[in-house]
Design a protein around this ligand. Structure first.
Ligand code: PLP
Length: 417
């Protein structure tokens, strides 16, 4: 840790929340250099849906490396890429009746968001984009301009024009339909909100504190987009790849986005990879017009191809819903057991938030969990939402063990106050 503190920039974050040196990881567990085992409810911030060092993917990756399969090839055609695209088509797109083109962007989520915004503006020839309160889309300039959280925006001194923020579902209270509010802004050409090229949203806001948009709201936003000829971008970087129980987070609402951003767990193994899916007609790029050295990580193609096998039938999906029900039930029970916390439980599928109004208490609970070898992070603009993002493959006993640690941590923290 001393080396990290001496050498690594102040900007580091997770090494502060989890101040040990990690060495190994397997499935839903991390191990530090002293061999201590930690239960992972953090899941690489949504990158490890299939667990750490997934055995099926590891075997394929080792084979690929052993036979000197091409690792870096810019966006050249490779066997690994062809296999992934074919699997994507047969396992994900065709069964869902989705006819999308695939664009591999730079390696991290924000690169996919940048490309999506650029494409939408090019297609519609309009500069404005609508984004929502508490949304998080990354921290490069374009992505940051559609990110709401003041912590990230405050000191950036970027030009934030060309983005209008509107209230997300629930922002004005349970009974206010914020989609109707959006419609009003668009129909009135003196509202000050220009008709945008795109609306960008998360169906469940992850970093924003696990805020779940209702299916009706998503459908209404989609129909407003159709009415006003606006592209709908669903940023599925955090809550896609099965996190909500379906491969895409928007599936249960029945909406069909024009553009989808994917990253994080898409490669399955924690290898950097980001992509866009978009309607075929939107593919107006000229060759190489949006380029970059690290587009399409061949190792990522190999592991992603294995990851998609989890979606060949409903077995995995059903298991995610089953585990999600356990998690929700136990969090609701903790809320009842500790009424003094005034906690709120939010989520769906296997992403949940336990929102504790007092920010300091949330921090103390997370720290106490870590002391007892449970890794979890906080989210929300005030960092007061304890976030559950365990790998989707976590065994029930580890899930329950982690929740027991949380229960004991809440007890300890409340007793100390
Ligand atoms: C919804 C969403 N979009 C975009 C991003 C940015 O991804 P990255 O951190 O890989 O750039 C994130 C990261 O948490 C995210 O949750």
């Amino acid at each position: 840790m001393k080396t990290i503190e001496r050498m690594e920039s102040q900007v580091r974050t997770y090494s502060r929340s989890f101040p040990v040196v990690f060495d190994k990881a397997k499935d839903a567990f991390l191990f530090d250099t002293d061999g201590n085992r930690y239960i992972d409810f953090f899941g690489g911030a949504g990158t490890l849906n299939y667990g750490h060092n997934n055995e099926r993917m590891k075997a394929k990756l080792l084979d690929y490396l052993e036979r000197d399969g091409i690792v870096h090839g810019l966006d050249m055609a490779t066997v690994a890429k062809v296999e992934l695209l074919e699997k994507m088509e047969s396992v994900i797109l065709k069964p869902r009746n989705l006819d999308y083109k695939v664009q591999f962007t730079g390696p991290t989520g924000t690169n996919a968001v940048e490309a999506a915004l650029k494409l939408a503006r090019m297609v519609k020839k309009r500069s404005n984009v609508i984004s929502f309160t508490n949304g998080y889309h990354g921290l490069t300039m374009g992505s940051m301009s559609v990110t709401a959280n003041a912590y990230y925006r405050d000191e950036a001194f970027i030009n934030r024009s060309d983005v209008s923020f509107l209230p997300y579902d629930g922002y004005l209270g349970k009974d206010v339909n914020t989609a109707a509010y959006m419609r009003r802004f668009l129909e009135d050409n003196s509202s000050g909100v220009d008709i945008p090229s795109a609306v960008i949203l998360e169906t469940v806001q992850g970093e924003g504190g696990i805020r779940v948009a209702s299916d009706e709201w998503l459908r209404e936003v989609e129909s407003i987009c159709r009415e006003y000829d606006i592209l709908l971008i669903v940023d599925d970087i955090q809550v896609g790849n099965g996190r909500t129980g379906h491969f895409f987070s928007f599936e249960q609402s029945g909406i069909k986005p024009d553009i989808i951003t994917l990253s994080k767990s898409f490669s399955g193994y924690g290898l950097p990879m980001s992509l866009l899916l978009f309607r075929r007609e939107l593919d107006i790029w000229k060759p190489g017009q949006h380029t970059g050295t690290f587009r399409g990580n061949n190792l990522g193609f190999v592991s992603a191809t294995v990851a998609l096998d989890y979606w060949k039938d409903d077995v995995f999906s059903n298991d995610i819903f089953r585990k999600g029900a356990i998690l929700e039930k136990r969090l609701e029970a903790l809320k009842e057991k500790y009424p003094q916390l005034s906690a709120e439980v939010r989520g769906r599928g296997f992403i949940y938030g336990f929102s504790v109004p007092e920010q300091e208490i949330a921090k103390e609970i997370a720290d106490e969990c870590f002391k007892n070898k449970l890794v979890l992070e906080r989210a929300g603009a005030r960092n007061n939402v304890i976030k559950f993002l365990a790998p989707l493959i976590i065994p029930d006993d580890a899930l329950n063990e982690g929740l027991d640690i949380l229960d004991a941590a809440i007890h300890t923290v409340l007793n100390a106050h």
